[in-house]
Write a protein that binds this ligand. Structure first.
Ligand SMILES: Cc1ncc(C[n+]2csc(CCOP(=O)(O)OP(=O)(O)O)c2C)c(N)n1
Length: 532
C-alpha cells in the first residue's frame, strides 16, 4: 500500500504542483524526506517571504502553488502575506507541519494548538485531517478549492507522523486523478441584456480590472472596447493586482483614482460603466462623494460572488471574466460611436538631482524589454510608474492589491521562477524592501535574475502624503535616514550598484536586464509623491 507521502506527492505531480516554496522545521522534515528528483524546493528564509514568493509564482504560472510553513510560528510569520494572497486571488495551498498526533492533546512543544482557527479568515478553507490516511484527500480538496473561483489561499495542517501512514491505493488513486473545473459562463440572458444596455448607451465606458489578466481575457477586452468604441480606464492602482488592458491602446485613458468622489468625477460624462474583473472599487483613502456620476448606471462582471455582493452600487454578473467578455463581444454589434482619440503621452520631466521618481521610471521605460514584467511596490511612485511605463502585454504587471508591504520583493522572485524566459524588474521603495529582505538571498542562491530597482527617498513618502490628506500633524516615524538597501542586498549575495544620474540609471538597468544573475540598482530620489 502506498504511504501518505507517496500518494500526496503523486497528487502534486498530477496537478503539476512540483515547485514548492518552504521554510522547514522539525515538523516538516518527514514530508521532505527522500525529496523526489522531479520536484523543486525553493527555500525562503522567513515564512512571509515563502508565501510572497509562492503568491508571485502562482499568479505568474496560473497554477495552484504549495507554500510549506513551520507549524504555528511559521503560519504567524506568514499571516500578512496570506492576507495579500487572498486579496490577489492567488491560488495557494498553504500547509504547515504539526506535532505527532500522540502529542497534540498533551500539547507538546511546537503543537499548533488551534491550527484551523489561526489562518482564518484569510483563507477559503482551513483543515486538519481527522485521520492520517485522509491527508491525500484533504490536500486534493484544498488544491481544488484554491483553484476554484474566487481563487485564493487554503490551509491544511499536517501532523508530522502522518506521512508514514499507509493509504488504500484505490482510494488514493481516485483522489489523485480527479479534475475539477470551475470556469462558469454567464447566464446568456444576462449577457444579452448587458449587450443591449451597452449598445443603446450614449456614452459607455469600460473599466478593466486585474482578473481580466488572471482569466486570460485581454483579447476579449480589447475586442469589446474596439467593437463598442469604449474608452477604457484601469481599475484604481490600489487594488490593481494586475493590468487587464493594453496601456498603449488608443482607447486607454488612464488609471482611475482610488477614492469615491474622484472616481465618480473621473467618469462624469458616462451613462453606463461596465467594470470587468475588479471589485467596485478598491477605494482608499476615504474621499466621500457620489458613488456614481449623476444618471450613470454600472454593471460589474466578476468571478467572485463576494465582490458582487458587497459592491455598494450597480448590478453584477457573477461568472468567468474571460468567457463573459467573449460572449459579450459576440452579442454586441459594431458601434457607430466615434473612435476614442489617443491620450497625450506623459510630458517632459526634469532630470535634476536627486532625480524625480518619474525621471527614473522614464529611464526604465527606455530600456524595458517588449516581453518585460514589472513587479511594483514603491508606494509614492506607483502612479509615476504607471504613467511612464505603459504595459501592453498580458501577465506583465504584479502589485499587492492587499496593500501589505513585503509582497513586491518576494513575489518578484516567484514571478521570475515561473517565467524564466521573461525579464522581471522589481521596483521597490527602500522602506517596502525591508518587509521581505531575505528574498534577496533566495534570488542569489537560486540565481533568479530579477533586476531590483530601489527608489531611495529616505522617508515613508506615501505616509507623509496620507498625513496631509488626514490632516495629521507631528506624526513620528516617517523618516528613514541611512537605510542602505544596496549594502543589505550585497550581504545576501545580490550584486548591487548605486546610480544618481538619469543616464547612469538607464545604463545600469540595461546591463542588469541582460544579466543572468539578480542585480540591484539603488537610486536616490527626491522626497514626496510623484504623479506623472
Ligand atoms: C505590512 C505593512 N506595514 C506597514 C504598512 C504601512 N505603509 C504603507 S506605505 C509605507 C511606506 C513605504 O515606504 P517606501 O517603500 O520607502 O515607499 P515611499 O512611500 O517612500 O514611496 C508603509 C510603512 C503597510 N502597508 N504594510
Amino acid at each position: 500500500m502506498p504511504t501518505v507521502r507517496e500518494a500526496s506527492f503523486d497528487l502534486f505531480r498530477n496537478r503539476e504542483m512540483t515547485t514548492m516554496f518552504g521554510n522547514p522545521g522539525s515538523t516538516e522534515l518527514p514530508m521532505l524526506a527522500d525529496f523526489p528528483a522531479d520536484f523543486r524546493y525553493v527555500l525562503g528564509l522567513q515564512e512571509a517571504v515563502v508565501v510572497g514568493m509562492a503568491d508571485g509564482y502562482a499568479q505568474a504560472s496560473g497554477g495552484t502553488t504549495i507554500a510549506n510553513l513551520h507549524t504555528a510560528p511559521g503560519v504567524g510569520n506568514a499571516m500578512g502575506a496570506i492576507f495579500n494572497a487572498q486579496a490577489n486571488h492567488s491560488p495557494l495551498l498553504v500547509t504547515a507541519g504539526q506535532q505527532v498526533r500522540a502529542q497534540i492533546t498533551l500539547q507538546a512543544n511546537l503543537t499548533n494548538r488551534d491550527a484551523i482557527r489561526m489562518p482564518h479568515p484569510l483563507v477559503k478553507w482551513a483543515y486538519e485531517p481527522a485521520r492520517a490516511e485522509d491527508v491525500p484527500l484533504a490536500l486534493a480538496r484544498g488544491a481544488h478549492l484554491a483553484s476554484l473561483p474566487p481563487r485564493g489561499p487554503v490551509f491544511v495542517s499536517l501532523p508530522m507522523d502522518d506521512w508514514y501512514a499507509e493509504v488504500d491505493g484505490a482510494d488514493a488513486g481516485h483522489a489523485i486523478a480527479r479534475t475539477v473545473s470551475g470556469r462558469a459562463t454567464a447566464d446568456p440572458e444576462a449577457v444579452r441584456a448587458l449587450a443591449e444596455r451597452l449598445d443603446s448607451a450614449s456614452s459607455p465606458v469600460f473599466v478593466a480590472g486585474p482578473d481580466i489578466d488572471a482569466s486570460g481575457g485581454w483579447d476579449a477586452a480589447v475586442a469589446l472596447a474596439e467593437r463598442q468604441r469604449l474608452p477604457v480606464w484601469a481599475t484604481p492602482a490600489t487594488g490593481g493586482a494586475r493590468i487587464g488592458f493594453p496601456e498603449s491602446h488608443p482607447n486607454f485613458r488612464g488609471v482611475l483614482p482610488p477614492a469615491i468622489g474622484p472616481v465618480a468625477q473621473t467618469l462624469e460624462d458616462h451613462d453606463l460603466i461596465v467594470v470587468a474583473g475588479s471589485s467596485v472599487f478598491p477605494y482608499y483613502p476615504y474621499i466621500p462623494g457620489p458613488l456614481l456620476p449623476d444618471g450613470a448606471k454600472l454593471v460589474a462582471i466578476t468571478s467572485d460572488p463576494d465582490e458582487a455582493a458587497r459592491a455598494p452600487m450597480g448590478d453584477a454578473i457573477v461568472a468567468d471574466v474571460k468567457l463573459t467578455l467573449e460572449a459579450l463581444v459576440e452579442a454586441v454589434p459594431e458601434s457607430p460611436r466615434p473612435v476614442p482619440q489617443p491620450n497625450q503621452g506623459p510630458g517632459e520631466i526634469p532630470a535634476a538631482e536627486p532625480l524625480d521618481s518619474s525621471t527614473v521610471h522614464s529611464a526604465l521605460a527606455e530600456v524595458f524589454p517588449e516581453d518585460g514584467i514589472v513587479v511594483l511596490e514603491s508606494p509614492a511612485s506607483t502612479l509615476a510608474l504607471r504613467n511612464q511605463l505603459r504595459i501592453s502585454r498580458p501577465g506583465s504587471y504584479y502589485f499587492s492589491s492587499g496593500g501589505g508591504l513585503g509582497f513586491g520583493l518576494a513575489a518578484s522572485v516567484g514571478v521570475q521562477l515561473a517565467q524564466p524566459d521573461r525579464p522581471v524588474v522589481c521596483v521597490l521603495g527602500e522602506g517596502s524592501a525591508q518587509y521581505a529582505v531575505t528574498a534577496f538571498w533566495t534570488a542569489a542562491a537560486y540565481e533568479v535574475p530579477v533586476t531590483f530597482l530601489v527608489m531611495r527617498n529616505d522617508e515613508y513618502a506615501i505616509l507623509k502624503w496620507f498625513a496631509e490628506v488626514e490632516s495629521v500633524q507631528g506624526a513620528p516615524g516617517l523618516d528613514l535616514p541611512a537605510l542602505e538597501v544596496a549594502a543589505v542586498a550585497e550581504g545576501y549575495g545580490v550584486k548591487s550598484h548605486r546610480a544618481k544620474e538619469r543616464d547612469e540609471v538607464r545604463d545600469a538597468l540595461a546591463k542588469a536586464l541582460d544579466s543572468s544573475r539578480p542585480e540591484l540598482i539603488e537610486v536616490p530620489v527626491a522626497p514626496g509623491m510623484s504623479l506623472f
